[in-house]
Each structure stands twice: as C-alpha cells, then as structure tokens.
Design a binder for this molecule. Structure first.
Ligand code: PLP
Length: 401
C-alpha cells in the first residue's frame, strides 16, 4: 500500500499548509479540521447564533437541539450506553480541574491518589495541588523500559489507602498504550475512583468506557479533529453523583435567593455559564464525519505510517527513541545534538514538529533529558510527509554533527 491518505482532501488546511511550505507532523498537539466541521461552524454562525437551554425562541431551540445531539453523539462515540453522562467542559485540562475540585470533599489527610510517571501536566498538577490542599499522598506508578506502566508495581502500590487512580490511556510522549482495564480493576477492588486521561487515546481507534470500567474518561475535542475550547468528561452516574459543584453562575442553578442556592445535577450543574455552543455543535459534525470513516482502514493507514516513522528513526545513527512507541507518534533525541537546535533546523525547513518537554517535565527529567523532538501523525498524513521529514532530519544532522 502506497500510504496515501484517502482522507487528506477532507482537511483543507493540509493543502494550505503545503502551499506555505509546511509539513504538519504535530497532530498530538492539535489536529487539523475536516471540511464538515468548518461547514457546521459557518452554518451555525451564518444562520443564527443563540444561547442554549434558556431561550424559548426558535434559534435557541435549534441551538439547544444541536448541542444536546452532540452530547448524545459523544456518548455513542465512547459507548457509554446508559452507564453515565457526558459533561461538556472547556478542554481536558478544565475537566481534570473540575474533578480535582469536585471530588475534594471525599478526601481525608493521609489518603492516597495514584497517578503514573508519564502523566501530562494536565493529569498531574490538579492532583498534586489537591494533595497539597488536603495533605494526601501522591503515589507515582513507575514505568517499564518500554514506557508502559508497570503492572506488578501497580499491584503493590494500589492499596486500601488509594482513594483515586488517574492515568493516561496513551502517552503523549512515548506513544505507548497503557494497561487501563487492568489498572482500573486493581483500583476498583480497593474501592477507589478511577479517572482515565483519554486526550491522546481517543484519537486512535474506538474505545468503550463500559469495557474499560472507569468512573471518568476525559478528552479534548481539538485533538480529535474537532474545534478547540471544548472538552468532554464522561462520568458514571454513581461517580458524577459524588461531585460537588465547583463553578457557579448561570444555568447550573435550580433556585436561589440572595443567601442560599440549590444546584442542578450533572450534566448541566457542571456547565456553569454560556458553554462553547458553536464548538460543541462543531464537535457533533466532526463525530458525524468520523463515524463515516472506515475505522479499520484508518487504523491500518496510521499503523503503516507509524511503522515507517519508527523504522526510519531507528535506522539513523545516534537517534534514540523514547520508550517503544506503538502508535501515533514517536519522540527521540540524537546523541550529541541538542533537541532545540535540531527543532530549529527542522522548523527552518518547514517541518512542523514539537520539541521540548511536551508538558511532562517529570517524565522527561526521569529519563535524564532536558527535552525531545516529537513527530506525531494524523489520519491525513501521507508517506510523503514522512519523506520530507526524514530529508530535513538528515540535512539538519549533517549541519549539526
Ligand atoms: N492529556 C494528554 C495526554 C495530552 O496530550 C494533553 C494535551 O496535550 C492534555 C491532557 C491536555 O489537553 P488540553 O490542553 O486540550 O486541555
């Protein structure tokens, strides 16, 4: 198979970027958008914007319908069935903060929160700061040499003191799938709540939150080819019922006088103020588009590209991969070359990749590094994109060594 993406033409920015001399290989940071999403946003703004859940007029009713349709579609995307609810936030980061504040009342001094050594700052700092506020112990699960959470270590570190487990499904630095179902099972036996950071995982393949067994699952729309400013938080009914309200204002209130108030349950009780209406409607259009894509073909295409990327990097002298990436991305360093210098020369040649700590400073430090270069793929990338990357890499390395 020549590894030409049949979906590339659906993403107009790819052509535009190419005209600007840019090869986009940074989809793990944010993805380009399909025409279907752009059309949905234009249609919404051109035909009458309206606030949701409060207006009785026709534009308001239509916006509310489209907004709630997306809630349904997001539930279908994660196969929530009737197990729980979708809450819209402003991104994955705001969903983790919602959880850390909303669940705070459940913790007592000495309780333990378990995360892993590879967490993105978004799934580290809210828990770290909660631990400081409540005098909790933050337990960090170690990784194997391949970059996978060590299940043996997890089995001894997840104990009856564990009140919550929060782990990433797919590492944004190492490109490794994590044993989520097993970790969740270990935590559930101890009666702990479980949070899965699906920010990267949700983009690659379809995942079933009922099969994973987690209480909460979080992702950002913008990495799943949708608009930015929208996050999705799935919560099981019993888990959502334990959340205390944390942001207050319009729409989340049931009744109030000047001194007292009562609040709505999830989902609306956790969507204070005007939500990102256009963004949520746009996410719905994106999910419709993705539902029409043959998922097996997309997975096969991405696997082919990833193998090309991995093999090409491993072939080059002095290149060292971080962990053993399985899908979507690969991070690397080059012996004797500073990642910032390399990134600079790649940028000069129009290669859009990410360099630095990838919002995972503790992981990068643990690996004894100051940073790394990350190449990440989307469904619209072709083998030619990687060819341009490797040519640029060879040129850069010739200059730097
Ligand atoms: N978790 C992971 C694994 C990520 O890769 C990212 C973003 O890079 C996030 C969380 C945070 O997502 P956002 O910045 O959209 O809130």
């Amino acid at each position: 198979m020549p590894l030409i993406s049949p979906w590339r033409a659906d993403f107009p920015a790819l052509d535009a970027l190419q005209r600007q001399g840019q090869t986009y290989l940074d989809s793990a940071a944010t993805a380009q958008k399909p025409q279907a999403l752009i059309d949905a946003l234009a249609h919404y703004y051109a035909n009458g914007a309206a606030n949701v859940h409060r207006a009785q007029h026709l534009p308001g009713a239509m916006a509310t319908q489209a907004f709630e349709d997306t809630r349904h579609k997001a539930g279908e995307w994660l196969n929530t069935g009737s197990s729980g609810q979708i809450v819209f936030t402003h991104g994955a980061t705001s969903a983790f903060n919602l959880l850390a504040y909303g669940l705070e009342h459940l913790f007592r001094a000495g309780d333990e929160v378990v995360i892993s050594a590879l967490e993105h700052h978004a799934n580290l700092l809210p828990w770290q700061q909660l631990a400081k506020r409540r005098e909790l112990k933050l337990v960090v699960l170690p990784l194997t040499a391949e970059g996978v959470i060590d299940l043996d270590a997890a089995a001894s570190l997840i104990t009856s003191r564990t009140r919550l487990l929060a782990v990433s499904q797919l590492s944004n630095v190492l490109g490794t799938w994590q044993p989520i179902a097993q970790l969740v099972a270990l935590a559930r036996v101890q009666g702990a709540l479980t949070v899965v950071d699906g920010a990267q995982g949700v983009v690659h393949g379809r995942h079933d939150v009922q099969a994973l067994g987690c209480d909460f699952y979080v992702f950002s729309s913008h990495k799943l080819y949708g608009p930015d400013g929208v996050g999705v938080l799935f919560g099981r009914h019993q888990a959502l019922a334990q959340l205390q309200h944390w942001q207050f204002g319009g729409e989340m209130v049931l009744q109030t006088d000047y001194h007292q108030a009562s609040f709505r349950p999830a989902p609306l009780g956790f969507e204070a103020g005007t939500p990102p209406v256009a963004g949520v409607i746009g996410l719905g259009a994106t999910l419709d588009y993705l539902n029409d894509v043959n998922q097996a073909a997309a997975a096969e295409h991405e696997a082919g590209l990833h193998e090309l990327l991995r093999a090409g990097l491993m072939l080059r002298e002095g290149v060292q991969l971080l962990g053993e990436p399985q899908v979507a991305l690969a991070s690397f360093v080059v012996e004797g070359v500073h990642n910032a210098d390399l990134a600079h020369l790649l940028t000069e040649q129009g290669i859009a990749v990410r360099a630095g700590h990838h919002c995972a400073i503790p992981l990068i430090s643990t690996l004894g590094l100051s940073g790394a270069v990350r190449v990440s793929l989307g469904m619209y990338n072709d083998a030619e994109d990687l060819e341009r990357f490797f040519n640029a890499l060879d040129q850069a390395l010739e200059v730097l060594r």
